[in-house]
Design a protein around this ligand. Structure first.
Ligand SMILES: [Zn+2]
Ligand SMILES: [Zn+2]
Length: 162
């Protein structure tokens, strides 16, 4: 599913649920569907307000375009409640959000940098041999999995991130 199609799917689902999809909410949806990695509330907030004068943001809180952390948090959790997004947590002390993938689509996993906290998606996990073995050995039927790999990103290894 393309990102544009994914955006339309979420927008439709919200409208069908009777939710108002305001400008800021559209901006957040666009952000989530285009992100290559799960985003924190703070990151979403900053991205949507990007280019705005911080002082102006305070004055414009509740205005048409500005979003604040509470607004973003509520909207992200609404998407989670509706099954359109999911919360992930990588031991960093806060949640990140990403779009829920269609049940029949290819799923992805995450590479998490322990130093800078950067999270990157990757596709393709070759777990079939492992799950087959575990199912046989433990008389267990594996239905789903999550996989996060922790390490150090290239920028951190080269000291670019300090
Ligand atoms: Zn890093
Ligand atoms: Zn997988």
């Amino acid at each position: 599913m393309s990102r544009a199609a994914e955006y339309d799917r979420l927008l439709c689902a919200l409208k069908q649920g009777g939710y108002r999809v305001t400008g800021p909410r559209r901006a957040l949806l666009r952000l989530l569907t285009e992100a290559r990695e799960p985003l924190s509330v703070q990151e979403m907030c900053s991205a949507v307000n990007d280019g705005r004068d911080p002082a102006e943001d305070v004055a414009a809180a509740g205005g048409d375009d500005a979003v604040n952390v509470v607004t973003v948090y509520r909207f992200a959790n609404l998407l989670v409640d509706l099954g359109l997004a999911r919360r992930v947590e990588f031991g960093q002390g806060y949640y990140r959000y990403e779009c829920e993938e269609p049940q029949d689509g290819p799923h992805h996993h995450h590479l998490v940098c322990r130093r800078c906290g950067r999270v990157e998606d990757f596709h393709g996990c070759d777990l079939a041999p492992l799950t087959s073995r575990l199912e046989a050995e433990h008389d267990f039927r594996v239905e789903s999995h999550q996989l996060e790999l922790y390490g150090t990103c290239g920028a951190c290894r080269e000291g670019v991130n300090g």
